[in-house]
Design a protein around this ligand. Structure first.
Ligand SMILES: O=c1ccn([C@H]2C[C@H](O)[C@@H](COP(=O)(O)O)O2)c(=O)[nH]1
Length: 249
């Protein structure tokens, strides 16, 4: 735990920034997941930095965690989890506590799959901040990259100027399964495609979150419940250590 003495007269410096706070919230939600392989959490945030939806991957309501399969290797698709599990992103969207999530940002542990990407786009979410891209090679993720790039194109701001360029661009996506939305949007490899500033601005529809701190720890045992006093240690008055105070007196 952090034992660095802290002044009572100035603000804490080791507080979570917004990105850490929302991504950590997504990871906290993921701790509810029963999936033995991938626990995914998602947190939707509006333009005022208010959380408006949280979700994690799990079986649909009424479908028991102990009755439906968590396997993923069975030759019988009906015995694998994939046909049943609701994805974290979709759960977060369905759990929203406001009428519209247009222009919101989604923080999610894992790069969204194609099914989630479609729902994310339709819901009006403008930005996705993800952490892991461990399924980058999967066809669902490749398609999702395509979707998000199309999101950039469809929602408008940047548009490819000619149908030929459009086709070349989609071909580029198809031929470069590991292309990032960024590569595609700036048009790397697309003949005759000249990126413009506005296209560059929109290259960030999906952004990878690189954590500043390695750990965010919540240790309930460190909380002194009787005194309602939460660690880290009590700040020092006027920044003077107890020993120093004694020396002064
Ligand atoms: O966008 C996504 C993609 C996947 N998930 C969930 C669905 C499953 O419960 C796991 C993936 O399991 P693997 O064993 O890693 O294939 O993640 C999601 O919530 N959102």
């Amino acid at each position: 735990m952090n034992n660095i003495p802290r002044s009572m007269n100035s603000k804490r410096e080791d507080y979570l920034d917004w990105h850490e706070y929302f991504m950590a919230t997504a990871f906290l939600a993921a701790k509810r997941s029963k999936d033995p392989c991938s626990q995914v959490g998602a947190c939707i945030v509006n333009e005022d930095n208010v959380i408006v939806g949280i979700g994690y991957n799990g079986m649909p309501k009424g479908c028991g965690d102990d009755e439906f399969p968590w396997d993923k290797m069975s030759h019988n698709a009906l015995e694998n989890k994939y046909l049943y599990v609701c994805h974290a992103e979709v759960n977060a969207i369905l759990n929203k506590n406001c009428a519209s999530i247009k222009n919101c940002t989604l923080y999610v542990a894992l790069f969204p799959c194609n099914e989630c990407a479609k729902v994310i786009i339709q819901s009006g979410i403008k930005e996705v901040i993800y952490m892991s891209d461990k399924h980058a090679y999967k066809v669902q993720t490749v398609a999702s990259r395509g979707c998000s790039t199309l999101l950039v194109l469809n929602t408008g701001r940047p548009k490819l100027s000619t149908p030929q360029q459009d086709t070349a661009f989609l071909g580029y996506l198809r031929d470069n399964p590991f292309a990032t939305a960024r590569d595609a949007v700036i048009g790397t490899g697309v003949p005759g495609f000249q990126p413009t500033a506005s296209r560059r601005v929109n290259e960030s529809v999906k952004k990878q979150f690189i954590p500043r701190q390695k750990q965010i720890v919540i240790d309930f045992s460190e909380i002194d419940w009787n005194n309602m006093n939460q660690l880290p240690p009590t700040p020092l008055k006027n920044n003077i250590h107890e020993e120093e105070k004694q020396e002064l007196t």
